[in-house]
Design a protein around this ligand. Structure first.
Ligand SMILES: NC(=O)c1ccc[n+]([C@@H]2O[C@H](COP(=O)([O-])OP(=O)(O)OC[C@H]3O[C@@H](n4cnc5c(N)ncnc54)[C@H](OP(=O)(O)O)[C@@H]3O)[C@@H](O)[C@H]2O)c1
Length: 281
């Protein structure tokens, strides 16, 4: 496993396992499989309703707590200082742990500054080792990061070989924020990356799949990737990316595949904002 160092010195694995759309019933089995394959970073969220499955899987494993890196996210319905604080305690209970390694604001809506104050307090109190945001696109990210005391250590964004998020990189660097890639394989039901002939051709040289090349490309950019799979063989395949390195030419070749730098969701689209706030706010 390779690690990156967050701005507060915390070391974070560059590859993890994500559990979006993994049902509460399936989650314990999937995370147990992922841990047995070797994953030590698990990405969940209050909104995924499967934090308990993550906690159960870890509790039943022989892995020491300090060897595991648990990421969860405060959902919109828990925005605001008081509600976020309560939700952090609830996440700790469900995850069956005394601390969360990385806590993110899931979406940039509602009283995010209130949520952040609760997160800063949890950070100071030792309930959380690092704090950050998710889906804060460039302008929103700057506005937020500029005004808060503890700068976000991570921004989790949709990022992959076709959606490369290069535009936001200088802003993240300005605040010492690391990028974490959701949808690193293109996401549920999207096969542009795992079936990419160009990525497969590059991978053939190393006996690696297109998916492995896509993940390696992210980690070589210094971006943490959290692929999801419900299948143990794919979990193992996605984890097996640390015994080869892409050349500078191959990195540049993949950079040319960028199609939509900022992602497929416009987080400022009023329809999208209304949908989230009316359903979850
Ligand atoms: N912050 C946010 O708003 C946000 C949003 C979305 C996701 N996330 C996080 O990011 C994680 C990953 O994103 P994601 O789940 O959307 O998408 P993803 O990891 O890019 O892709 C998952 C899809 O790829 C398939 N897959 C996995 N490995 C494969 C392989 N080696 N070959 C072929 N297909 C493969 C999976 O199918 P099978 O399961 O059938 O193998 C699944 O359909 C999530 O689980 C979640 O933790 C965060």
């Amino acid at each position: 496993m390779e690690y990156i160092k967050l701005s507060n010195g915390v070391e974070m694995p560059t590859l993890g396992y994500g559990v979006f759309l993994v049902s509460p019933d399936e989650c314990e089995r999937c995370v147990s499989d992922a841990l047995s394959v070797g994953y030590r970073l698990i990405d969940t969220a209050q909104a995924y309703a499967n934090e308990e499955g993550v906690g159960n899987a870890w509790r039943k494993s022989a892995i020491k707590r300090e060897d595991l890196f648990i990421v969860t996210k405060v959902w919109i319905s828990n925005a605001g200082e008081e509600k976020a604080a309560k939700s952090i305690d609830e996440s700790l209970r469900k995850l069956q742990t005394e601390y969360i390694d990385l806590l993110l604001i899931h979406q940039a809506y509602g009283d995010v500054f209130g949520s952040w104050r609760a997160m800063e307090k949890a950070y100071r109190d030792g309930k959380v080792r690092a704090i950050g945001v998710s889906n804060f696109q460039a302008g929103r990210f700057f506005d937020f990061a500029h005004y808060v005391d503890v700068k976000p250590m991570v921004n989790q964004l949709q990022c992959n070989a076709l959606i490369q998020q290069t535009g936001i990189e200088p802003l993240l660097d300005e605040f010492g924020t690391k990028m974490m890639a959701w949808g690193p394989l293109g996401g549920q039901g999207v096969d542009g990356i795992v079936n990419s002939e160009e990525l497969a051709t590059i991978g053939a040289k190393y006996h690696k799949s297109a998916a492995q090349v896509a993940l390696r490309w992210l980690t070589q950019r210094g971006i943490v990737a959290i692929p999801k799979s419900s299948h143990k063989d794919r979990m193992a395949q996605n984890f097996d990316i640390f015994d080869f390195a892409l050349t500078a030419d191959e990195m540049a070749q993949i950079s040319k595949l960028n199609q939509h730098d900022t992602g497929t969701i416009n987080f400022g689209d009023p329809q999208f904002v209304k949908y989230l706030i009316e359903n979850y706010g």
